[in-house]
Design a protein around this ligand. Sequence first.
Ligand SMILES: NC(=O)c1ccc[n+]([C@@H]2O[C@H](COP(=O)([O-])OP(=O)(O)OC[C@H]3O[C@@H](n4cnc5c(N)ncnc54)[C@H](OP(=O)(O)O)[C@@H]3O)[C@@H](O)[C@H]2O)c1
Length: 254
Amino acid sequence: MQPRALVTGASSGLGAEFALQLAADGLSLVLVARDAERLEELAAELRAARGVEVEVLAADLTEAEGLQRVADRLADAARPIDILVNNAGFAVAEPFHASAVDDERRMHELLSWVPLRLAHAALPGMRARGRGGILNVASLAGRLPSGTYAAAKAHVITLSRALHARYRGEGVTVTALLPGFVPTEFHERMGVAPTSVPRQGWADASTVVREGLRALRRRRGLVVSDWRYRIAAPLIPLVPDRIAAGFGLGGRTS
Ligand SMILES: NC(=O)c1ccc[n+]([C@@H]2O[C@H](COP(=O)([O-])OP(=O)(O)OC[C@H]3O[C@@H](n4cnc5c(N)ncnc54)[C@H](OP(=O)(O)O)[C@@H]3O)[C@@H](O)[C@H]2O)c1
């Protein structure tokens, strides 16, 4: 049986790139996001180009029913998932004092609770099979005191490290991927002009995804991507919080 990966947020950006690279490696796929039409288009393209099996699972992961369907799919022992990519995400654009509290809740659920819930669904099967991989798309923002998005990403970094330390010896790798700025639909969906980030600061989506998958294969617990951010990362703790709060999300300081 071909190994199979489930990718959340596969309808655009990094998630679509994960689907492309995993299919190129011969993996069957389960694609998850809200936009069924975009997922079907990508699925057809991957079936035709790569000859892999692709299932489409349209779901809003911030709705209990949608999240349960995806969790059930991950726990289905008859059609095992070898790799879970927790990638779906968005950021609240408004500063904390002005944001809608329901947007904050949905963001926190999607970035913090959903990866935990889906890892919880996938892990028992992976442990029973003695192998599996979970790749959590966090962010370098998770190392910064730059708003509630950063706080949620800090949670998924710690979660990944904890699960990796606990389950690595049983054959299950949990890797946190920490990208910097990547040109996807992310900033546009936030309504933030990405022009405040100098062009040299943008990392290429294909490089970020390749480095994330390589780290997972090499059973690493954490990877910062790309090389520019690997150089910058050790300097972050040296920057005072009031300055570091202005980094991230194209200069927004919530
Ligand atoms: N771009 C960056 O600069 C950057 C940097 C660091 C980390 N990241 C992280 O990378 C991940 C991917 O983001 P991206 O940059 O690729 O942005 P993107 O192009 O906006 O993609 C976000 C994906 O998440 C899905 N999604 C959003 N809300 C969802 C929900 N409620 N239920 C299910 N799926 C949902 C979207 O699909 P639908 O709209 O079809 O649901 C889309 O496929 C996120 O976790 C983000 O925080 C991005």
